[in-house]
Design a protein around this ligand. Sequence first.
Ligand code: SAM
Length: 211
Amino acid sequence: MFALEVQDVTRRSVLDCPGGPSSFAAIASAWGGSVTAVDPFYTRSVSALDAECAAAVDRTVAQLTENPGLFVWDLYEDVETCGRYLRAAYERFLADYARHPGRYVAAALPDLPFASDSFALVLSANFLFLYDDRLDRDSHVAALRELARVAREEVRVFTLASLDRERSAYVDPVVDRLRADGLTVEFRDVPYEFQPGATEMLVVSDCTRTT
Ligand SMILES: C[S@@+](CC[C@H](N)C(=O)[O-])C[C@H]1O[C@@H](n2cnc3c(N)ncnc32)[C@H](O)[C@@H]1O
């Protein structure tokens, strides 16, 4: 979903925000990368997260089973396989969270506990623009300014589609505000597609200009 090559995450320091129950930090670290993941739910114990992630996967699988035709199955093949991917991801995350707690920082946008320019590359998946029924335009701008503040090179954001599977109405107004700040913002195609047509990521660069 971020069109990354292995060397993109092994040669540069990376922040994954929000990391949630994904296995990205565990896997990229196993490859030799320097990855920090942030999520407000990293205050919780392994057993509490285990129960929560299991319930979340069950809910997702139930929702996908109701409407499989709304999604693209090229990668996951079918709902059952997708459920297996999601379970394997959160189990890998939980094992890493237990073993390397320092990699996982409990914090929430728009306030990250890092100095400016702390990470070369900042990734943000499946939070901004997805929940545009809960986050307003100013919250998106504040979150993206904060991600750009801690990034030295670039911020990549995916998805740009909200839960109703349409491109979020906040994308263009938020991009206008970031460009007015002096940031460079572009859209790039990615090979991943799960929500039909949602194959674009947002790339914010020249991040040090505003810090
Ligand atoms: C759908 S998950 C995405 C996680 C991961 N990026 C992925 O794609 O699997 C959304 C995450 O956003 C986190 N979250 C909620 N409010 C947040 C905030 N203000 N700042 C950062 N993360 C937040 C939630 O705890 C949840 O883990």
